[in-house]
Write a protein that binds this ligand. Structure first.
Ligand code: FEO
Ligand code: CA
Ligand code: CA
Length: 651
């Protein structure tokens, strides 16, 4: 989401008050630019080799899909139109909009454009606010580019669109409908002669909501802080929510990541240190679940917040499977989980904690992946080592282990065990001295260069303000309204290494700005507030922006148009604009088919008003996308993009 919608004060708030060491001296942006040149020279040479992440069949496709030296489309202009624009020769079509039937057998409710679908109907329809998304070829383990599953997140809800009368006459049934509009969809999709279609009914179709039972794995399973009256064992949690970005594993599972979950909870009494560090407060201006569902009233159910903030693994091929919350990957406001493998096939997950001055994390599994044992692979994210990143001002960096008993992570700092530490991940990262970043969003691992990783730092208008962390080499701009994209190279090209070298891929902004604070370092299309980030199978890097609706095309973003999607070949520093979205949306979610010929993206919150919940009496004041109806509602939607000639996207 562009901001904690309706609760802007939360994301504006900084919960990291830790006294972490900052760099010895203030290093100006020029230093970082120099780092770019040094590593950029190395990274500019593309080396094509098969990604370890793919099945053998998909690897063969990737060998054929080596990285191009340049992009093959003409950059499009910025746009303020209420539509999706793509370059000439491409076709973009909305596909699986909020309220469209998911495809469960005998349960295909039609969308009602006045917001009057029932609570049960919403549980069988696309949720609101599509976000992260992944492609899985059918059958499982294959590499079909024309038949597969899409798993995708539904991040949050807008009561003004979800209900005919908004949040008037609030009751438990309305809260349940909202809970059914969050979570995850799994849909079956197929390329037919006349284009892509959602298969309905489908044996795979599934909605996962805020009330779907999930199991707990890892060191925090059964921890005192996870126990509730409803779950005295601390091992079974109802649901997932605020599902932002994602990941997917080589064994064909989907990872959904819980981001702004603390916005749901309300505590009227003063929050304790743990609650404070995660942003639990007495305010709930929008969701209102705590008024009717005691699970979200922290005064009544004090441990329930500890059961959120995790990465959840879902088997999209088995709709009867129980999703699992993996505590070994830490608890924070998870943006996404980018997965790669070491040479010996341990699993590595890179993860951002998206709030101002929060951290970048990495998990390395204890065990190794064997392609012929999917059942064993399901346990790989249950045990391993969690690290947090420290970016030194000389361009080197260290992954600091968060292990109970090491580096002060013991009773002297309030940690009772590894499970306890993981529930308090942010506090543990404070103790070891991690680097406070400018809102880490998506992370992408280069499939054509081992150990090469990128992360969007979307923006941080508080950087350098009095009483807040000063600029440093890795976050070099005060009042960083345009954000930047970080890159690091793991030592020895080994994703499990505890050391890395870093540089900055690009500073957001306008390349022709005279003011250094507004100057973008890119050649070509300008952009800011990068959020979504993903490589396609060829090794082209795709960037999606999430400028907040209060700022789109105004203030620092004047003239920069609606949110957009761009592409670059790493090392080129050339950025081309591939797509512009409708009004009031952010662009998010990226999934390519293995042949690089179909691209799915998500348009989230089209029509979002600048600073408030949508008005149910006038829901399409900002946007009528995608249906274009005067009396309808704007709808988040997946968009399927192909080349008219069937060619490779971006070529
Ligand atoms: Fe849900 Fe940080 O974006
Ligand atoms: Ca964002
Ligand atoms: Ca995001």
């Amino acid at each position: 989401m562009s901001k904690p919608l309706f609760k802007q004060e939360h994301k504006e708030e900084v919960s990291n008050k830790s006294d972490n060491p900052v760099f010895s001296g203030v290093v100006d942006a020029l230093f970082s630019r120099r780092r770019f040149l040094q590593l950029g020279a190395v990274m500019g040479t593309a080396v094509a080799f098969p990604s370890l992440l793919r099945t053998p069949a998909a690897q063969a496709v990737e060998i054929a899909l080596s990285r191009p030296s340049t992009l093959g489309f003409t950059s499009i202009a910025v746009s303020t139109d209420d539509t999706v624009r793509v370059p000439d020769g491409y076709i973009a079509r909305p596909f699986y909009r909020w309220g469209d039937a998911t495809g469960m057998k005998d349960n295909l409710p039609e969308f009602k454009k006045d917001g009057s679908n029932t609570t049960d109907e919403q549980a069988a329809q696309a949720g609101m606010h599509h976000d992260g998304m992944a492609w899985f070829s059918l059958p499982q383990g294959g590499d079909s580019p024309s038949h597969g599953l899409l798993a995708m997140n539904h991040e949050y809800v807008d009561n003004g669109l979800l209900f005919k009368d908004g949040d008037a006459n609030w009751n438990l049934d309305k809260a349940r409908k909202a809970q059914n509009a969050m979570g995850v969809s799994v849909i079956e999709v197929k390329k037919e002669p006349d284009g892509w279609t959602v298969v309905r009914p489908s044996q795979y179709a599934r909605r996962i909501t805020v009330n779907t039972p999930m199991s707990v794995t890892g060191p925090a399973k059964g921890n005192e802080l996870l126990k509730t009256a409803a779950d005295p064992a601390g091992a079974t949690i109802l649901g997932t929510m605020q599902n932002c970005a994602n990941g997917h594993t080589p064994w064909g599972t989907y990872l959904t990541c819980e981001e702004n979950w603390s916005d749901i909870f309300v505590k009227k009494a003063a929050p304790n240190a743990l609650e404070k560090r995660y942003g639990i407060s007495d305010s709930d201006e929008s969701y209102r679940w705590s008024e009717v569902d005691p699970r979200f009233n922290v005064d009544a159910t004090p441990n329930e917040p500890n059961r959120f903030g995790w990465v959840v693994e879902i088997d999209p091929f088995n709709p009867a499977s129980t999703p699992r919350k993996h505590t070994a990957l830490g608890r924070f406001k998870h943006e996404g989980a980018a997965i790669t493998l070491t040479a010996d096939k341990r699993v590595v997950a890179y993860m951002g904690d998206d709030q101002k001055f929060e951290y970048i994390y990495k998990f390395v599994s204890d065990k190794t992946w064997a392609a012929d044992n999917r059942e064993a692979a399901m346990d790989l994210l249950s045990s391993g080592t969690l690290y947090v990143a420290k970016f030194n001002d000389d361009g080197t960096g260290v992954w600091l282990p968060l292990v109970f008993g090491q580096s002060g992570l013991d009773a002297s700092n309030g940690f009772a065990s590894q499970g306890d530490l993981l529930i308090k991940t942010r506090l543990a990262a404070d103790v070891v001295g991690a680097t406070k970043m400018d809102r880490p969003e998506w992370i992408a691992v280069d499939p054509h260069a081992a150990g090469s990783v990128y992360c969007t730092l979307t923006n941080n208008s508080d950087r350098g303000k009095e009483g807040k962390a000063p600029v440093d080499a890795a976050n070099p701009r005060a009042n960083n309204v345009y954000g930047h994209i970080m890159h690091w190279q793991e030592q020895g090209d080994d994703p499990a290494s505890t050391h890395f070298a870093w540089d900055i891929l690009v500073m957001g902004g306008k390349p022709d700005a005279s003011d250094e604070a507004a100057k973008g370092s890119m050649n070509g299309a300008e952009f800011g507030s990068a959020d979504g980030l993903s490589f396609d199978p060829r090794g082209v890097l795709w960037i999606q922006t999430d400028v907040s609706s209060s700022t789109i095309n105004k203030k620092a973003y004047e003239g920069m148009g609606n949110n957009q999607m761009l592409a670059t070949v790493p090392g080129s520093n050339e950025f081309r604009r591939f797509l512009t979205g409708p009004r009031g949306c952010e662009i998010t979610g990226i999934a390519f088919t293995p042949d690089n010929r179909t691209l799915f993206i998500n348009i989230q919150h089209p029509g979002e008003p600048g600073d408030d919940i949508s008005d149910p009496a006038n829901p399409n004041a900002v946007s009528r996308w995608p249906d274009g109806e005067t009396s309808g509602r704007p709808r988040s939607s997946t968009v399927v993009i192909v080349k008219a000639d069937g060619g490779i996207i971006g070529s």
